[in-house]
Design a protein around this ligand. Structure first.
Ligand code: GDP
Length: 305
């Protein structure tokens, strides 16, 4: 993790450098503010962190880099909020009528963010935990999307349910995937959805229908997770997408992809605050083992490395 987050490290190192390079005056705080904003921490979290750091700096010995480092670590950790529940629902459950059903995860997000890749990697993580998984290719808009998902499915050794024709109803694929998950006694069904950011109403209708139909197939049990996949390198644009998705569907967690390729680690804090849901997993590369549960302590340590 630390190696992969090497570029994000420039945030913590930058701050540490500024705070330990001699007198801390107003121009130092200006530079700190700029560093935080450049790392996509967002204005609110930036103000809060600066205020808390100012307060801490007054009561510690600023000649001692170790104390400054500790203060910074504590404040960054508080912003990332280690108390949030980041576990994924991944077990069989009982529907209202007593039927045993899988946990269903809907994956939502704009095309190109790494959604399909994330479905494959997530299946890999779950299979490694001995869970049985079925994939549903409900992104029926792009023909290549189902092929790409099925390729991931065979790489990680799980079945992919897809439509036999292009342009099929995504909700019917979701229904079939859940039905197969129930028949196979799977623990988890992961459903890849289309990522067109057409108008908000179109998106709301499509995701709403996929969800309703999946819940019908689940004998009335709810969809356990709606995971929003977000590309960490897209900054404000990504934040905007996140807001749109959270307005049209109840997001339960965020998967932040491409965190290996950015110095903008502040987006973790920014998006958690904007949506009020935790970052649950992070993508750290293109390979099949490059998805990890998000660990606030490891993340902050990597920032300060
Ligand atoms: P989708 O359109 O959202 O389904 O996106 P894809 O899954 O096709 O991914 C788009 C590109 O991003 C592909 O080239 C992936 O290999 C790449 N990608 C996905 N996740 C990550 C990640 O965590 N890190 C890096 N560096 N690349 C990623």
């Amino acid at each position: 993790l630390r190696d992969r987050l090497a570029r994000s490290g420039s945030l913590g190192r930058g701050l540490l450098g500024l705070l330990t390079s001699g007198t801390i005056d107003e121009s130092t705080w200006d530079e700190i503010e700029e560093t935080l904003l450049l790392a996509d921490l967002g204005p609110d979290a930036t103000d809060e962190l600066m205020e808390n750091l100012r307060r801490r700096i007054q009561v510690i010995s600023t000649d001692d880099p170790a104390q400054i480092r500790e203060a910074l670590r504590a404040e960054l950790l508080a912003l990332v909020d280690p108390s949030l529940d980041r576990r994924l629902a991944a077990t069989r459950r009982e529907a209202p009528d007593g039927t045993e059903v899988p946990s269903v995860a809907l994956m939502v997000g704009v095309n190109g963010t790494g959604k399909t890749t994330t479905v494959g990697k997530l299946a890999r993580v779950l299979v490694a935990e001995d869970r049985s998984v079925v994939l549903g290719a409900a992104d029926t808009f792009r023909a290549a999307a189902a092929d790409q998902l099925a390729t991931w499915g065979s790489r990680v050794g799980v079945d992919t349910v897809r439509s036999d024709h292009d342009g099929a109803d995504p909700a019917s694929v979701a229904f079939d995937a859940v039905a197969q998950g129930i028949a196979q006694e799977a623990d988890v069904v992961i459903i890849d959805t289309a990522g067109r950011l057409q108008n908000k109403k179109g998106l709301m209708d499509e995701l709403g229908k996929v969800r309703r139909v999946a819940e019908k197939a689940l004998h009335g049990d709810g969809v356990a997770e709606v995971l929003l996949v977000l590309d960490a390198t897209t900054g404000q644009n990504g934040m905007q997408q996140a807001k749109v998705f959270s307005e049209v569907v109840d997001v339960t967690g965020i998967v932040l992809t491409k965190l290996d390729g950015t110095a903008k680690g502040g987006i973790v804090v920014n998006v958690q605050r904007a949506l009020g849901v935790p970052v649950k997993m992070v993508g750290l590369g293109e390979g099949m083992d490059d998805l990890a549960p998000f660990d606030p302590h490891g993340f902050v340590d990597a920032l300060l490395e």
